[in-house]
Design a binder for this molecule. Structure first.
Ligand code: TRP
Ligand code: SF4
Length: 417
C-alpha cells in the first residue's frame, strides 16, 4: 500500500491533526517563544510543524553553529509554490545558519525523466531565485558532487529494501534509480555535517517530504559509533560499531568512568558534556558524529485555480519568468471566496479562508500583519468587491515580480553549476 504522505503523489490534502497524532510531527507553536524573533510564516501558521526544532532555536539563541539545507527538484520552472521554502532557508541563514541548497537533478532525472540538459536550465533558475532573496552559502547539483555520492553510498549500507517499501510503498517493480535518488536525498541532508562539521541541521520542507526526513533521521542515528544516554545518576555511552580503541579513549578521557563489555558508564558529568566529547572522539576514529537532523513543515499554498499549485496546471501558479500581462490575467482569474451576487457580498461578506487570492497575500504578498488584517476585515464585512480586491492583489504581485526579476538579474553572476 502506498503511504498517505508520499513525496511523489499529487494528493496534497493532508489532515493536519493526523500529522501530529499519527506521524510524530510536533506543532511548532510552543517552540516559537524560544526564538529571538518570529518570522511571519511561523506567526501565521504557514510553517506549522517540526521535528526537533528546539535544538535549532537553541543554536540561534546562543549563536552556536548550525546548518540549514533544503533542495529543489529541477523538473520544471520555479514558481510561487517554491517561494516559501526559499524564504525559510534565507531566514535561517540570516539567523546565523550555514546555508546549503541542493539541486536534485538525480531525482528529477530518475523520477520525472527530465534530461540532464533541462535539469541544468531549471536548476539555474532556482538558484537565481534564491540569490535574489538574499541566500548566501553553498549550492550544488547532486550529479556533480562526488563527495555527496560517496556519502550516499555509505548511507546506503544502513537501508534495505523492506524499509524503502515500508516508507515509500516501493515494490519489486520500482527501478533502482528511484531508490538511488532517495538515498541521495538522505546524503544531501547529512552533507553539511560532512562538508563542515557536525552540527544541528534544519531542513525546511513541505509536509510531503517527511518520509525522507524520517528515513534520514534513522540513518543518521545508525551511522553513529556510539549512543549516549542519561541514566539514573550516570551517563551511559554504548558502542554500536565503534572500534575498541575508541571506547578505550572515552574511558580514559573521563576519570570517573567504568568500562564494561561494549559500554562505558560515567558518573559526575553532564550528559551534554559527555555527548560533545564522545562526538569528538568519534570523529578522531573516522566516524561521522552526526547530529540527528531537524525539520520544519509548511502547508502548501493552494493554486489560483482552487486545487494544487503545480507547474503541470499553468493557470494554478505564477512562474518567476512570466510576462506582466500573463501575471495580471492569472491573478484576475483566480478563485475567490466571494458570494454569488454583489448584494450577498455586501450582506454576508466574503470568505477569505476559501479565497486563493487572500491566501496568496497571506503567504507572500502582504508581510505586514496590520495590512493583512485590514484586507481580511474589509472582506468579511463586505466592504470591498472581489473585483477591486483582485485588482489590488494583481498590482502587488506585478510589483513583487518586477522587483524580484531585477534582483535575479543582479545576482546572475553568483550562480555556479
Ligand atoms: N525531494 C525534494 C523535492 O521533491 C528535493 C530535495 C532533494 C530535497 N534533496 C533534498 C529537499 C534535501 C530537502 C532536502 O522537491
Ligand atoms: Fe478574496 Fe478579496 Fe474577494 Fe475577500 S474580497 S473573497 S479576499 S478576492
Amino acid at each position: 500500500m502506498v503511504p498517505e504522505i508520499n513525496p511523489w503523489s499529487s494528493n496534497q490534502t493532508i489532515d493536519i491533526d493526523k500529522l501530529f497524532s499519527e506521524f510524530g510531527i510536533e506543532p511548532i507553536y510552543p517552540v516559537l517563544s524560544e526564538l529571538p524573533e518570529i518570522p511571519y510564516f511561523m506567526r501565521r501558521g504557514i510553517v506549522l510543524g517540526h521535528r526537533d526544532y528546539r535544538q535549532i532555536a537553541s543554536a540561534i539563541r546562543n549563536k552556536l553553529p548550525f546548518h540549514v539545507l533544503t533542495g529543489f527538484m529541477p523538473s520544471g520552472h520555479p514558481h510561487l509554490g517554491h517561494l516559501m521554502v526559499m524564504k525559510e532557508v534565507v531566514w535561517h541563514v540570516e539567523q546565523g545558519g550555514n546555508g546549503y541548497v541542493t539541486i536534485a537533478d538525480r531525482e528529477a532525472h530518475a523520477v520525472r525523466g527530465t534530461s540532464w540538459e533541462q535539469c541544468q536550465v531549471f536548476g539555474k533558475e532556482y538558484l537565481a531565485c534564491l540569490y535574489a532573496l538574499g541566500f548566501e552559502g553553498t549550492t550544488y547539483f547532486q550529479s556533480r558532487n562526488d563527495r555527496l555520492k560517496d556519502l550516499a553510498f555509505e548511507a546506503a549500507t544502513k537501508v534495505n529494501f523492506s524499509e524503502l517499501s515500508a516508507i515509500y510503498g516501493f515494490s519489486p517493480e520500482t527501478d533502482l534509480a528511484h531508490a538511488e535518488s532517495v538515498i541521495t536525498q538522505v546524503a544531501d541532508i547529512l552533507y553539511p555535517q560532512v562538508d563542515r562539521q557536525p552540527a544541528p541541521t534544519i531542513v525546511p520542507v513541505g509536509i510531503d517530504q517527511d518520509p525522507h526526513i524520517r528515513l534520514t533521521r534513522g540513518v543518521a542515528h545508525k551511522m553513529r559509533m556510539f549512543t549516549v544516554e542519561e541514566r539514573d545518576g550516570y551517563v551511559s555511552v554504548r558502542s554500536k560499531n565503534a572500534p575498541e580503541a575508541a571506547l578505550d579513549a572515552i574511558h580514559q578521557v573521563f576519570s570517573h568512568s567504568k568500562k564494561y563489555e561494549g559500554h562505558v558508564d560515567i558518573r559526575g558529568e553532564a550528559c551534554a558534556d559527555v555527548s560533545r566529547k564522545v562526538r569528538e572522539i568519534e570523529l578522531t576514529y573516522g566516524g561521522f558524529g552526526f547530529f540527528t537532523p531537524s525539520s520544519t513543515y509548511h502547508i502548501f499554498m493552494p493554486g489560483l485555480t482552487g486545487g494544487k499549485m503545480s507547474s503541470s496546471i499553468p493557470e494554478s501558479t505564477i512562474g518567476f519568468f512570466e510576462p506582466e500581462a500573463t501575471v495580471r490575467k492569472k491573478v484576475m482569474s483566480g478563485i475567490t471566496g466571494g458570494r454569488m451576487t454583489l448584494e450577498e457580498q455586501k450582506r454576508l461578506g466574503g470568505e477569505p479562508e476559501k479565497c486563493s487570492l487572500y491566501l496568496l497575500n497571506l503567504f507572500h504578498m502582504v508581510t505586514d500583519d496590520n495590512e493583512l488584517h485590514k484586507i481580511r476585515e474589509k472582506c468579511v464585512k463586505g466592504e470591498i468587491t472581489c473585483g477591486q480586491c483582485k485588482k489590488e492583489t494583481a498590482e502587488r504581485v506585478v510589483s513583487f515580480m518586477k522587483a524580484f526579476r531585477e534582483k535575479m538579474d543582479a545576482a546572475a553572476e553568483k550562480i555556479r553549476v
